[in-house]
Design a protein around this ligand. Sequence first.
Ligand code: GTP
Ligand code: MG
Length: 195
Amino acid sequence: MNIVSARLIKSVASMEQCPAGGRPEIALAGRSNVGKSSLLNCLVNRRGLARTSSTPGRTQTINFYLINDRFYLVDLPGYGYARVPERVRVRWGPLIEGYLSRRPELKGVVQIVDLRHPPTEQDVQLYGWLQYHRIPVVVAATKADKLSKNQAIKQLSVVRRTLELQEEDTVIPFSAQTRQGRDELWKLIGQWVEI
Ligand code: GTP
Ligand code: MG
């Protein structure tokens, strides 16, 4: 995909604030600090577009990035981080769930997990939930640069097994640092947004 433009259009904290216009959307979902914003920056070749941080819970709103004036990459708040203030945490579940279940513009979800660790219970739940709702999903297993080739192969099967993936389901080993997996992921996203 040739990225001509990428800009943040809106950060929203409720469904009503989501942008109008009907452009297709691809959402990035995963637990807090897994590397969602870094993956987005890697996809669009813009280091500082989405804010990244070693502190979990950085992204707390749904952020809409308009790509090539054609479609949105949607950076979702992370789940599973307990140490954010209660008033922030209670909002996340319904916001993410509301977005994923009631957004006709949503064409697919990139579910991001950490290749180094087995998916968490919440990762498993999200994957099952997306399948149940028949939302197209691809798993990107990120931070692959932190593993040796052999470790990566081993961990990939742990990811597949834990998420209970079928043969035809895709996991893409990914690294925002080396850009491994970037082309493969764009190929799928390109099909989803039909460009
Ligand atoms: P929240 O918005 O807080 O939910 O986090 P996030 O999922 O957006 O994660 P973010 O992209 O901010 O990355 C979290 C940390 O992981 C940062 O310190 C990143 O530099 C690091 N990181 C993300 N992706 C990679 C990767 O592929 N390789 C390596 N080595 N580090 C990564
Ligand atoms: Mg983030």
